[in-house]
Structure formats: C-alpha cells, structure tokens
Write a protein that binds this ligand. Structure first.
Ligand code: CO
Length: 134
C-alpha cells in the first residue's frame, strides 16, 4: 500500500536557524517558508535527492506543533510521510484493518496534495502521514 518516503518532518523552535543549517551549512536546496493555517504550521522544505525534509514551526495559538515543542523544547522528529496511490482506498483499507486515523477525511496538505495521519499509538510511537501525489 505505501510507496516512497515523501518526507521526514522535524519540528523546530527556530525555523530560520534550522533552514540556515540545511541551506548554508549542509548545502541543501531549501524552499521559502509557507504558512499552512489549516494545520497551524509554517513549513520549509529541504529538497534531497531521494526524499525531502519538512521543517515545521507553530503558526497560531492552537498549533499542534506548539504542544509538541512544549514536550520537546529543542525540537525533534515530528512525523514521517509515505506516498500512496489512492488515499481514499488507503483510508478504507486501514480502517477495515482496525487502524486509527486522526481525521479520516483527507485534507490538502503542503503543496495541495490530500493527506491523512495515522495515530502514533498504532505506529510504534511515530505519527505517520500518508499523501496522494497523483
Ligand atoms: Co508532512
């Protein structure tokens, strides 16, 4: 069901510093920051040959990243994202197999592609995002 690793997401308390490390120290191709108000995040994408790194920073008071940073003040691994060919099919199959989704209705995520999230309690403690790229 799952395909390639779309991105690894890292929450950071200092987005500009984190972006600077990837851009200026590691020499990666780093995007401008993009606000995603529906998710309460500001994102920066680091383009790598085989996947991306998504840097996340809280946007607004109700941001899930703010509560994550309250537990991990220095930042840390927030989620992994895997590609799926058909997200509605993936949701139906996962629910039939007893998996919990944070919200089973796909929403447009970064770059406008529909995404859902699997509960970390079903996924060895790591939040997992699924994205349909097609
Ligand atoms: Co993501």
């Amino acid at each position: 069901m799952i395909g390639r690793l779309s991105h690894v997401a890292i929450a950071t308390p200092d987005l500009e510093q984190a972006a600077s490390i990837y851009r200026d120290v590691l020499g990666a191709d780093v995007s401008a920051s993009v606000d995603l108000p529906a998710f309460g995040v500001t994102t920066v994408f680091v383009k790598l040959p085989n996947t991306d790194v998504e840097l996340l920073h809280p946007l607004g008071d109700k941001s899930p990243i703010a509560s994550f940073l309250a537990r991990h003040p220095g930042g840390g691994l927030h989620h992994l994202c895997f590609e799926v060919a058909d997200i509605d099919h993936a949701v139906a199959v996962l629910q039939s197999r007893g998996m919990r989704l944070l919200d089973p209705q796909p929403r447009p995520g970064a770059h406008g592609h529909p995404v859902v999230f699997l509960h970390p309690k079903d996924m060895a403690g790591v939040l997992i995002e699924l994205v349909q790229m097609g």
